[in-house]
Design a protein around this ligand. Structure first.
Ligand code: HEM
Length: 173
């Protein structure tokens, strides 16, 4: 079968030079996070996140999460998202994400430092039956080899505030 993407920098195609500011993200990451919002009950989740490339100036991105019970057991499947992180000018990039909940987001991103990235939604569109999400803001950073992120969300009539935070360890790439 065609190996469309590579997150193995040693044997895969060379990373496109326009993606250099996103290079530290490439690979597969796994770990746990905390979800919350004023309208829902706080819970822990486990997540796998993958950034891969095929030599062209974009990263293929996918993430999937399961919710954890109080004892750390998997309770059920939760959020998934797929999309593309596209190189733009210099340290700028553009991110397109699609969710099975009927939401599509376009973010404008900047590399805030060599291992930190900030994303703000430019546009959020949703299907007729999707929940009302109006804006999202994401911070990603690599600290001591771990990928940390925080997502703030404006949705269901609430102002922009924390929905997610997680710490993921690199499992490959
Ligand atoms: C790791 C990723 C995520 C996890 C684990 C997660 C988890 C949850 C959970 C557990 C709920 C409560 C409802 C339920 O049990 O399904 C929820 C609600 C919600 N989430 Fe997320 N979520 C994630 C990412 C996102 C993202 C990226 C968005 C927006 C694009 C989003 C938008 C919402 C909205 C709009 C609600 C409904 C709030 C309400 O109706 O009160 N979530 N999320």
């Amino acid at each position: 079968m065609l190996d469309a993407d590579s997150d193995d920098l040693r044997s895969g195609p060379d990373l496109h030079p326009a993606l250099l500011s996103l290079l530290p993200l490439v690979g597969t990451w796994c770990g746990e996070g905390q979800v919350g919002y004023p309208t829902i009950e706080g819970q822990h989740y486990r997540q796998e996140v993958r950034f891969a490339h095929d030599g062209r100036p974009f990263l293929a991105y996918s993430a999937s999460a399961v919710l954890l019970g109080p004892d750390g057991d998997v309770v059920r499947r939760s959020a998934r998202e797929v999309g593309w992180w596209r190189a733009a000018d210099g340290d700028r990039f553009e991110v397109l994400l699609a969710h099975p909940t009927g939401i599509v987001e376009i973010y404008l991103g900047t590399a805030a430092g060599p291992t930190s990235w900030e994303l703000s939604t430019d546009v959020v569109v949703r299907t007729q039956t999707a929940k009302e999400v109006t804006a999202n803001h994401r911070l990603y950073g690599i600290v001591d080899g771990a990928l940390l992120y925080a997502v703030d969300m404006a949705a269901v009539g609430q102002p922009l505030q924390p929905h997610l935070s997680a710490r993921l360890e690199r499992t490959s790439g």
